[in-house]
Design a protein around this ligand. Structure first.
Ligand code: E4P
Ligand code: PEP
Length: 338
């Protein structure tokens, strides 16, 4: 961290800054320029996070040099990590397709959706048993019954299961059935949930919050990592914007940018970004093009009667186009389909 003093800062202000840093447990190195004096601070992350110097007299600016997220940052971990979900890799060498129904509704619908996912090239099945809904009157998911359906469909298809968790109290039961726990957009800053999923020892899929900055997203990942779990995969799913023709604005910059900042793999969910099925494959192509390590895509055998997010679910007729994209585009980037 560098503390920049204002040109007219008094010597007493500089002394206060230095003593504040030292009393907090850090070391302060003063460098006097022609018009400005700066103080370099060397300290551990907990000292830096607790240091309150912005408001001190004579302080013009405080600039962080190292990232505030230590465990998920690229600084100490140069190559992008590969996370394994029941043996299925998600990482820099491949594109992993995760697909399935937005919500688990019945055993038949879930099996059909899983078979659709597998046909399109998916290596993992994603389905929601606990649905975070805007309306308390909307379908909230089947809960434990939905988890059991997912486990049965895993046995039948061989596809490991990714499913969302919305309440820290459900961590043990969801972890009992699922291979990867998803923390959704709405819960990206539910810190109790992040700590609970971090402690359970299963890979975590962390979606970006509706209006979260990259730093906020990575700090959320840091909560999980701090509990000893570095098996974290990030997922960009579109952010709130002024445009009403699409559900969310897919931020494709998130992939190359977050790859620079963090060693965690980054996926793209074009379904929740677009909100409309006809945009899903074009956005999936863009995702592969910017180097996403995988895709999260909604499929449904009968989207017209889906209990959640039907308009964005691909149906059978769309699968060939998706399969072509996930099989033909990754090799152009030196990747293969997992
Ligand atoms: C996702 O899968 C969510 O549950 C879904 O997008 C919820 O959106 P809504 O409740 O606003 O329909
Ligand atoms: C989901 O993937 O099921 C979901 C709820 O998406 P998001 O959290 O991105 O809205």
């Amino acid at each position: 961290m560098v503390i920049v003093m204002s040109p007219d800062a008094a010597d007493s202000a500089l002394r206060t800054v230095v003593s504040t840093v030292e009393e907090a447990g850090g070391s302060a190195f003063v460098s006097r320029g022609v018009t400005r004096t700066i103080v370099g601070v060397v300290a551990g992350e907990s000292v830096l996070a607790a240091l309150e110097v912005e408001g001190l007299p004579g302080v013009a600016e405080v600039v962080r040099i190292t990232s505030p997220y230590k465990l998920v940052s690229h600084e100490n971990h140069l190559r992008t990590s590969t996370v394994h979900v029941r043996g299925v890799p998600i990482g820099p060498d491949s594109v992993t397709l995760i697909a399935g129904p937005c919500a688990v509704e019945t055993p038949e619908q879930t099996l059909e959706a899983a078979l659709m996912a597998r046909r399109a090239g998916a290596a993992l099945l994603r389905g929601g048993a606990y649905k975070p809904r805007t309306s308390p009157y909307a379908f909230q998911g089947l809960g434990v019954d939905g988890l059991k359906i997912l486990a049965d469909v895993r046995t039948e298809t061989g596809l490991p299961v990714v499913t969302e968790i919305v309440d820290p109290a459900d961590v043990d039961v969801v972890a009992e059935y699922a291979d990867m726990l998803q923390v959704g957009t709405r819960n990206m800053q539910n810190f109790a949930l992040l700590q609970a999923v971090g402690a359970v020892g299963k890979p975590v899929l962390l979606k970006r919050g509706l209006t979260a900055t990259y730093e906020e997203w990575l700090m959320a990942a840091e909560y999980i990592a701090q509990r000893g779990n570095l098996d974290i995969v990030l997922c960009e799913r579109g952010v709130r914007s002024f445009e009403s023709a699409i559900r969310n604005m897919l931020d494709v910059s998130a992939v190359p940018m977050v790859h620079q900042l963090s060693h965690l793999p980054v996926l793209i969910d074009p379904s929740h970004a677009a909100g409309r099925r006809e945009l899903v494959v074009p956005l999936a192509r863009a995702a592969i093009g910017v180097g996403a390590d995988g895709l999260l895509i909604d499929v449904h055998p009968h989207p017209e009667v889906a209990k959640c997010d039907g308009p964005q679910a691909l149906h059978g007729a769309d699968l060939d186009e998706l399969e072509t994209a996930v099989r033909t585009l990754p090799p152009a980037l030196g990747k293969t389909l997992t």
